[in-house]
Design a protein around this ligand. Sequence first.
Ligand code: ATP
Length: 266
Amino acid sequence: MHDQPAIVTNDLTKVYGDTTAVDGLTLSIESGTVYGFLGPNGAGKTTTIRLLTALVAPTSGSGRVAGAPITDRASLIDHIGYLPESPPIREALTAREQLEYHGGLRDMDPAELEARIETLLERFDLAADADDRIVTYSKGMRQKTGLMQAIMHEPDVVFLDEPTSGLDPRAVRTVREAIAELAAGGTTVFLSTHILPVVEDVAETVGILADGQLVAEGPPDDLTNRVETGAESSLEDIFLEVTTDRDGEAGASDSVGGRDERCSPN
Ligand SMILES: Nc1ncnc2c1ncn2[C@@H]1O[C@H](COP(=O)(O)OP(=O)(O)OP(=O)(O)O)[C@@H](O)[C@H]1O
């Protein structure tokens, strides 16, 4: 696993009618790293994740995740975890029941499953609420339940779409620490978020998408050092610079950040 990139794509493209949601995306993401995936609304981030998790088929191009082709969901499924923006959890269940149900779907050994659930509930501060119905949970508690579900089978690669959305600062910190722990344990984390400080804190590499194209990529420090705005430069500066066109509208990719502008991740 460590000899090959965890995620590789080659010219990956997804077209919906007149919209090219993902446009010739070529990625190579090392195992055991956190990749921060940024982009304005509608840039194609969720579509990219749906391609990489075999939920939609590419129009053209190819990719592999944990060695499995992204067109082969059956091969891919054991290797990946996915926390979508709205986690697929059942309101009528308790968190414990939800996790048991999900582990059952994944054919996890029952004793191993129970131990794993206890560990996760403690880790995410949900042990005291684990036997209450999810319908009574706050947004943050639901988000944490979704995150536990995404990582409970210890996937090689986990895709997190806005994992800190709706969380209070303490819960954000828990999630940030969990992401760092996952990566330290060898899991590759593909993190899509609008919350730049979280990315700056945890990601080894950042990719910025605009109009379906990768317009900047590199370690956060390298990206921010490229912006000549003096001491105030930040990931927010680079984000705004590469996703803003000459008319000052977000989302264009043909001004500052053509593909040639990308930093090398190395
Ligand atoms: N199933 C679909 N059918 C048609 N168009 C779609 C579909 N899914 C996404 N799109 C379009 O593809 C483009 C990219 O959408 P996507 O949801 O991937 O962006 P995003 O970067 O995740 O946005 P956000 O940050 O707002 O979640 C948008 O123009 C969207 O309208």
